[in-house]
Design a protein around this ligand. Sequence first.
Ligand code: F6P
Length: 318
Amino acid sequence: MKKIGVLTSGGDAPGMNAAIRAVVRSALSRGMEVYGIENGYAGVLNKDFIPMGARSVSDTIQRGGTILRTARCKEMMTDEGRDLAARNLKEAGIEGLIVIGGDGSFHGAEALCRRGIACIGLPGTIDNDLAYTDYTIGFDTACNTVLDAINRLRDTMSSHNRVSIVEVMGRNCGDIALYAGLGGGAEIILVPEVPYTRQEILDYLGDFRKSGKRSGIIVVAEGAGHAGELEEFIKKNTDLDVKSIILGHVQRGGSPSNFDRYLGTAMGAYAVGLLAKNIGNRIVGIKNNEIFDMDIIEGISIPRKFNKKLYDVAKTVV
Ligand code: F6P
């Protein structure tokens, strides 16, 4: 394979730039030409193909976001859009494509494989919601960002004997809430995977007072409740002083952690290795500290399993 493309798609995630950088430089070192495609699949449809040299990715490993920019592209969900995308890539002589994104992005990649473009998917999303891999690029940084916020909130909450409700990202996946909540010693962690009743929250807060605690942190994943509503509810039913905060897109930005730089770099280079062998239709992941690849459809069909054991551990250490 002589000419390949790389794009980022869906929500951005810290570490995507490390992956782009690794793709570009390892492809160049193998004598391939590399094209950066701007704005995700929309850039394939618009032929936004930019030749990348080693220097075009200088000074990017430490930057959050994605230098190629990203988008969620509705047209790539239609047959017409997918046909046009494959046609545009073929006309430009791009034989292989590396797609850095989540579940939806991988469906697009698989559709392009069926149209003769060898595609490799890299898991880039802060949500960690792809079951085939232990970790996605961006998750670790997002957890550290949430942790930093929790640390700061704890300082002021404990000074005022208050309870803070911190809403974090994760519509269907509670991993950010679980891991950052665990690291931040949250008193209550609410995730979409584990049903709860509001009465349980009140019961817990009653016990928490009895155990001598004067302040606390409740972490709620956006898919498990809204911080503002919970604040109102707790205020109405207790005499606790409660403050809520939605961390929002702050969680998506920032310089990637070393782990996300490692993951992006290792996976980017691995993906180029596959294309160099003319292998496509694969997604790259990490399991038991080994980078591996598997069939796209097989990988995205694996049902997600929430780490309930860890969730239960979090409950025993507050
Ligand atoms: O998928 C990543 C994610 O950050 C989710 O956690 C969140 O619900 C969503 O994207 C937000 O999307 P947008 O940036 O389009 O508002």
